[in-house]
Design a protein around this ligand. Structure first.
Ligand code: BTN
Length: 284
């Protein structure tokens, strides 16, 4: 008589995160095998988790998604607030082969991938605020945080974390003078598409554009970035802990540096710990 195995309860009744991970793999289609997908219900920060304990290099792109972050991090030491079901928060670990282009352009490429994925979903008027905020009609829809991992003799690697507002709860209390928006509003619908479908679109664009970036560098993507530059030819302030520089946003250089036309000539601004703001207003 054949042995009968008892049914695996987890397989019969998968958790919500396992279901979403399976939906994500399905939506990625043939690309799914290039990714190692981990979807958890909660962690402190998906970026911190991948930085502190990078998974072994198995040739795949590691993705960590969290329904909820207890200590989400934003750029320039800020907090990143998100709500379960209201936000998509995830990080990806990319390893670049020796001789890959300088990481300076990475954040712009990530922003461009996000913009293109949103456009595929039907969002109109997506713009990029250097180095990598994604705006819709001037309001922030998504942000990107990049942590570079020290090489220590290995190929360079970067953790690219993305926070995207899907449907912000009423009275969310985000203090942000630029204004914030969410995907539901950007698509003018009541319920945004499922998070797994949105994430599959973003990962697909990242896969495609990072391949181009590794092979041909930022110059191959510069035009696409500039087409979406929210501040093209507009007066801006570049604010750092040390100083404030004022000029006209003249686009980006071949390595992703911002070009600022000032009274004393063109200046190149590297992303680091600076933020770009319109000359008028206090927007962050
Ligand atoms: C910013 O605009 O300041 C960047 C925000 C980046 C937030 C994301 S959410 C997923 C990942 N984990 C984090 O702790 N931060 C990034």
């Amino acid at each position: 008589m054949p042995l009968q195995s008892s049914p695996d309860p987890a397989a019969q009744n998968p958790s919500p995160v396992a279901t979403r991970a399976a939906e994500l793999a399905t939506a990625l289609g043939p690309l799914a095998g290039d990714f190692a997908l981990d979807w958890v219900s909660e962690c402190a920060s998906t970026n911190t988790a991948l930085v502190d304990a990078p998974p072994a290099d198995d040739g795949r792109i590691h993705v960590l998604v969290a329904d909820r972050q207890r200590a989400g991090r934003g750029r320039r030491g800020r907090q990143w607030l998100s709500w379960e079901g209201a936000s998509l928060t995830f990080s990806t670990l990319w390893r670049f082969s020796p001789g890959a282009p300088a990481p300076a352009g990475l954040s712009l490429v990530a922003g461009l991938a996000l913009a293109r994925a949103l456009e595929q979903l039907g969002v109109q008027g997506v713009q990029l605020k250097w180095p990598n905020d994604v705006l819709v009609h001037g309001n922030k829809l998504a942000g990107i945080l990049i942590d570079l991992l020290p090489g220590r003799g290995r190929p360079p690697a970067a953790v690219i974390g993305i926070g995207l507002n899907l449907r912000l709860p009423a009275g969310h209390g985000i203090e942000n003078q630029t204004g914030v928006t969410d995907l539901a509003q950007a698509l003018e619908c009541d319920a945004p598409p499922a998070s797994a479908a949105v994430l599959a679109g973003i990962l697909t664009e990242m896969h495609h554009l990072f391949h181009t970036y590794a092979a041909a560098g930022f110059p191959a993507l510069r035009g696409a970035w500039q087409q979406r530059n929210a501040f093209a030819d507009l007066p801006v302030r570049i604010v750092s802990d040390q100083d404030v520089r004022i000029g006209i946003c003249a686009g980006v250089d071949d390595d992703g540096a911002l070009l600022l036309r000032t009274d004393t000539g063109m200046q190149r601004i590297l992303a680091g710990d600076v933020s770009l703001r319109p000359l008028t207003g206090d927007a962050a």
